[in-house]
Design a protein around this ligand. Structure first.
Ligand code: NAP
Ligand code: GLV
Length: 314
């Protein structure tokens, strides 16, 4: 018997239970706090969690795998009592990738076609006829070329954009994508990017990477879409460069502090679009298929997909 111990605040657990039972009606799906006795060793137990209470996972030493409901794992790694002997699998199901690609394509098109400026002009009843350059003249630079970054590139490419990627390790040659690797190539990547898409995990190395010095490397009128984690950007520096017209717009879905405090200047900045961390919200159907597939893989002695590397932090 497969048992899933599920922890997620603020969403219907019934939808998730139904999604798992559609894949396998025999799964024993348990919603927190009704997880049962941590000492119960009957059946095969797995946890599937988002922002679990600190110390909870340590109690359930019978869990064979911790599945993260999201691609990010900062919500699990912040637990000081996180058990180190249970593998953590990060979400990378098709629904999450497609959801992120939908949001990124929408945002890239909005930046390319000057939608933030046009919306401001409408508020002023100004007939501002802004002519857009061809997509083929625009370089979209994806910072973080993992599961989500690659899906975004796949969907953006047929629209005609030139794509750059920036990641930690070298990537194989790919038609239509120019790869940049590591800190040594970051400035070059930024100099060659008109629209930055932030898709990096929250780690020490990615924190405040986009500060005034690096944001200044971007060409005039470049813009930023941040959908990875808020730690990437020094937001005061970003606002400074939007105000002095070096940068033209920012769409920010993730922040160092969420929800963003009402007093934060980003809320009312005319060049900033804020969305409340919804770029890609895990979809129960494909997530259940992904988790069950991984459980089957494990049962068959196959490797788990997308296992967290604790040292790297993603
Ligand atoms: P992933 O597959 O692990 O990819 C992460 C990418 O970042 C990899 O290309 C990795 O390089 C690169 N990277 C990490 N640290 C780096 C560094 N120090 N320097 C250069 N590159 C670095 O992750 P994913 O599934 O694509 O997800 C990315 C992030 O998106 C998640 O961690 C999460 O925080 C965020 N997210 C946000 C939302 C939302 O709704 N806003 C939804 C889902 C996910 P290598 O390829 O060389 O390893
Ligand atoms: C969402 O932020 C995720 O990490 O999936």
């Amino acid at each position: 018997m497969t048992r899933i111990l599920f922890y997620l605040n603020g969403y219907s657990h019934d939808v998730w239970r139904e999604a798992f039972h559609a894949v396998d009606p025999d799964i024993d799906f348990r919603s927190y706090p009704d997880w049962g006795d941590p000492g119960d060793m009957s059946g095969d137990t797995y946890t599937l969690v988002w922002e679990p209470e600190h110390g909870l996972l340590k109690e359930y030493t019978n869990s064979k795998v911790t599945f993260s409901i999201g691609a990010g794992v900062d919500h699990i790694m912040s637990d000081p009592d996180l058990p180190t002997n249970i593998p953590i699998v990060r979400m990378a199901d098709d629904g999450l990738k497609e959801g992120m690609a939908e949001f990124v394509v929408m945002s890239v098109l909005m930046h390319h076609r000057s939608m933030p400026e046009l919306l401001n002009a409408q508020k002023q009843k100004e007939w501002a006829r802004i002519f857009a350059p061809a997509a083929s003249s625009i370089k979209v630079g994806i910072m973080g070329y993992g599961a989500l970054g690659q899906k975004c590139a796949e969907v953006l490419r047929p629209l005609g954009y030139q794509i750059n990627s920036w990641s930690q390790s070298a990537k194989a040659d790919e038609k239509g994508v120019t790869h940049y690797t590591g800190m040594g190539e970051l400035d070059n990547f930024l100099t060659n990017t008109n629209i930055v898409v932030g898709l990096l995990p929250n780690t020490e190395e990615t924190t405040n990477l986009l500060n005034e010095k690096r944001l200044s490397k971007l060409p005039e009128r470049a813009s930023i879409i941040n959908v990875g984690r808020g730690n990437l950007i020094e937001i005061d520096d970003l606002i400074k460069l939007l105000d002095n017209n070096h940068l033209s717009a920012a769409t920010l879905d993730v922040f160092k502090e969420e929800p963003v405090p009402k007093s934060h200047p980003a809320w009312t900045h005319p060049k900033i679009i804020i969305t409340p961390h919804i770029a890609a919200v895990t979809r129960p159907k494909t997530a259940a298929e992904y988790v069950v597939r991984n459980i089957k893989n494990m049962d068959n002695g196959q490797p788990l997909e997308n296992v967290l590397n604790i040292q790297r932090g993603y």
